[in-house]
Ligand binder design. Structure first.
Ligand code: IPE
Ligand code: IPE
Ligand code: MG
Length: 258
């Protein structure tokens, strides 16, 4: 039977999270925030204007996901391949990240949102690394939702590093090759502390993972939506939750009913 999400109106700030049917909700939603550049160029604006508008969507969706009772929200902000873009765009993205962090950290802490980062922080500018450490510390007590920001994240690099770590343990005699199982690999991933994503959304009409959560997505549901990220709003998010609720997740077993 289809479980409908509660009403689709936007929630006001003082409303409590909607957990009417927690079984139907995805506990972990991951989003590939794509289409900022096309949003801007389609309006005759520079690409960075699209990235700037994308920050509004980050704010809106973070708040809305929390109010909807989502426990983990992962946002793909910068991939290991995005270094291939012109220097000005990369620097522009980093400046926007600084702006976001300066403005949002206190709000996140106040709302009980814990922020965590995945990806290789060591390649990021020093001041951003310091901001990341500070933000994680400042929000560490948050228990309403965990916001995971994938920054300089690439799933293949993550898998390579995890494999190297396991190899070092085996070479040192601390681990036997036979003891390497799903759990041992998952424990070496950047996402070791988090459940796998139930739902992965990609905006802008592209239908690919672009090196995002390859290991973790083994049984995720996928939704590809046509809106560009700056146009993705609370209603779009609720539509995704509705579509997710209609999926029959079988994990290789049989249908639960019918
Ligand atoms: C997503 O938007 C943001 C990042 C990858 C940082 P894009 O910049 O990829 O926008 P399009 O895909 O070129 O439109
Ligand atoms: C994926 O989008 C990365 C992020 C959203 C941060 P891209 O725009 O970089 O992906 P491709 O190049 O279209 O595959
Ligand atoms: Mg893109």
């Amino acid at each position: 039977m289809r479980r409908l999400m509660p009403g689709r109106r936007a929630l006001s700030a003082d409303e409590t999270p909607q957990t009417a049917d927690p079984r139907a909700l995805p506990g972990h939603v991951a989003i590939i925030m794509d289409g900022n550049g096309r949003w801007a160029t389609g309006r005759g604006l520079p690409r960075i204007a699209g990235h700037k508008r994308g920050i509004n969507s980050v704010r809106k969706i973070t708040r809305h996901a929390r109010l909807r009772g989502v426990k983990y929200l992962t946002l793909f902000a910068f991939s290991t391949e995005n270094w291939l873009r012109p220097k000005e765009e990369v620097h522009g993205l980093f400046d926007l990240f600084r702006y976001y962090m300066r403005r949002e950290c206190r709000t996140l802490a106040r709302e009980g949102v814990r922020i965590r980062f995945i990806g290789d922080a060591s390649e990021m500018p020093q001041d951003i690394q310091a901001m990341m450490v500070e933000a994680e510390a400042m929000t560490s007590a948050g228990d309403t939702m965990t916001l995971i920001v994938a920054l300089n994240y690439g799933s293949r690099a993550e898998i390579v590093t995890a494999t190297q770590r396991l190899a070092v343990k085996v070479a040192a005699g601390a681990l036997s090759a036979e003891a390497i199982d799903d759990a041992a690999i998952a424990a070496e991933m950047n996402t070791a502390d988090f459940p796998d994503p139930d739902l992965i959304i990609r905006t802008s009409g592209e239908q690919r993972l672009s090196n995002f959560l390859l290991w973790q997505a083994a049984y995720s549901e996928f939704l590809f939506v046509d809106s560009h990220w700056p146009d993705f709003d609370e209603l779009s998010f609720d539509e995704c939750l509705d579509r997710y609720c209609q999926r029959d997740r079988r994990f290789g077993g049989l249908r639960k009913s019918g």
